[in-house]
Design a protein around this ligand. Structure first.
Ligand code: BG6
Length: 490
């Protein structure tokens, strides 16, 4: 086990009863505690409006904790010690009077100097929370803040939030979290691209035909209709997860591993994204909304029949976009990005489709060659595979497409840390590399905002797609028009 690295910290979780805190943050904090990555004197203050005692809250999180180590006696003992350090304080974070209870709670016993405020609420509350923390004397020079995505609804609101947060927290103490950056394969991507000259030489418009980035989910909106009705797939996934993956695939090699060196390069990609003009919207952006599943197995309702969703909602649960990066490396290479709920499979994949060979010497054998393809899978199981052509054993010259497995440790059964676990660990240790900088966030909004506005202004209606499919037919057309296919169809 690794020794604790960070000093004792008070962790204050706003949005403590939310799905994210219960399903992701608490288990991640516990795993870090169990692995001794969190100082034993840390305390956790869980804030939410619901009237509960700390005991009731501990019971609630235990009921929902799906943690492997809790099956072992050592895990259960550690859970007891960990949850003894959790104090639930019910108050409304948008009203300033509730903060006194937090101050009292934190002052009850000698407190660590270091503070990490985690804001997992609607981002419209972020400015108020920061101001209330300041007024109540809770921010000191050892205070850090984590902001959950989506931060803002558009460029203006994102800028306004950034402005207020910056009054109280230095940029080096501000962690704009995107949990996709904490996934193991994303770390591998840096190594694959920047530790292997083999790929770097091919990594440009001369050799790459196009790139696809897919985040497909089989789940629907679940219990999060309130949240989802306000965001939709564009704000929930495109503005952050998809664009962050695009940045890592497309960025130039950073000069070193310092947070700003990496973030500078990501920012350049975001700034080079070609704006999608209104007249090209129909050819470059597809919005969809799920309807019932075709064969009814498993039985699934349409989005507008979900609990909490307006029956005439035009919120998109699917989006596919053809993006262009206007720089020397990527001139003419389309990036097809898509994400959706209730799709055929749960998978997050980046597919780098190389160009065909310029001339085939195998024509006379009537043997077709397939262009190389690099398939980087982030989930469910993480892998990196390269499709190459090889000769079929035997007489004659038959060429077949085979896959080389380039996955590091693909035979190992080790349990990889969840994205949140890695990022919380980084935040507790003050490392900002895997978090979005202020200008990055704003540049991402700058590109997404006109797309969202176009839909609102034109009362754009999303195209229906059957739950369990790969999205609306227009999504296939998006690539077919360019003579291409999505990976699962090719
Ligand atoms: C979250 C979105 O950021 O990511 C959710 O708000 C989505 O709507 C989730 O389901 C997907 O994350 P993962 O790690 O399960 O792919």
């Amino acid at each position: 086990m690794q020794a604790a690295q960070n000093s004792a910290t008070d962790i204050v979780l706003f949005g403590a009863k939310g799905d994210l805190t219960i399903r992701k943050l608490i288990p991640s904090l516990f795993n870090l505690y169990y692995r001794k990555r969190i100082h034993p004197d840390c305390r956790i203050f869980a804030i939410s409006r619901t009237l509960l005692s700390s005991k009731e809250y501990r019971h609630l999180i235990f009921k929902n904790a799906n943690i492997a180590s809790l099956k072992e006696p050592a895990g259960r003992e550690a859970w007891k010690r960990f949850t003894d350090r959790i104090h639930y304080i019910p108050f409304d974070a948008s009203a300033s009077d509730g903060y006194k209870a937090l101050v009292e709670g934190m002052n009850e016993s000698p407190a660590p100097q270091r503070r990490l405020f985690y804001l997992a609420t609607d981002s419209s509350l972020y400015a108020n929370i920061c101001m209330a923390l300041q007024v109540n004397g809770l921010i000191n020079k050892h205070s850090y803040i984590v902001l959950e995505k989506p931060i803002g609804r558009d460029i203006q609101s994102a800028k306004a939030i950034n402005e207020v947060v910056a009054q109280y927290f230095d940029e080096s103490h501000t962690f704009r979290i995107d949990h996709y950056l904490g996934k193991e394969t994303v770390q591998n991507l840096f190594v694959l691209r920047f530790a292997n000259p083999l790929f770097e030489f091919q990594w440009n418009y001369q050799f790459i035909d196009h790139i696809q980035i897919t985040i497909a989910e089989t789940i629907g909106v679940e219990e999060r209709a309130d949240f989802y009705e306000n965001v939709g797939a564009m704000r929930d996934m495109l503005q952050n997860h998809l664009l962050q993956l695009l940045c890592i695939i497309a960025m130039e090699p950073p000069i070193n591993d310092k947070a700003d060196s990496i973030r500078d390069e990501k920012l350049k990609v975001l700034r080079a994204l070609r704006p999608i003009k209104p007249e090209l919207f129909a050819r470059q952006v597809i919005r969809g909304q799920y309807t019932e599943s075709l064969n009814g197995r498993p039985r699934s309702v349409s989005y507008t029949q979900e609990k909490g969703v307006s029956p005439d909602s035009t919120v998109e649960t699917f989006v596919a976009v053809k993006a262009r990066i206007d720089n020397w490396r990527w001139a003419g290479v389309p990036f097809y990005l898509r994400t959706g709920k209730k799709l055929a499979q749960r998978c997050c994949e980046i597919v780098v489709q190389f160009k065909p060979i310029p001339h085939s010497m195998f024509e006379s054998f009537n043997a077709a060659t397939q262009p190389n393809k690099l398939i980087i899978r982030l989930q469910p199981e993480e892998s990196i595979r390269l499709k190459i052509c090889s000769k079929e054993t035997g007489t004659g010259m038959n060429i077949k497409s085979t896959e080389l497995n380039l996955s590091p440790n693909h035979t190992s059964d080790r349990v990889l840390p969840d994205g949140y676990e890695r990022l919380l660990d980084d935040a507790l240790n003050g490392k900002t590399t895997l978090f979005m900088r202020r200008d990055e966030l704003e540049a991402a909004w700058q590109w997404v905002d006109p797309i969202v506005h176009y839909c609102t202004e034109n009362h754009h209606v999303p195209e229906p797609y059957n739950a369990g499919s790969w999205g609306p037919p227009s999504s296939t057309l998006l690539l077919a028009r360019d003579g291409r296919l999505w990976h699962e169809m090719s």
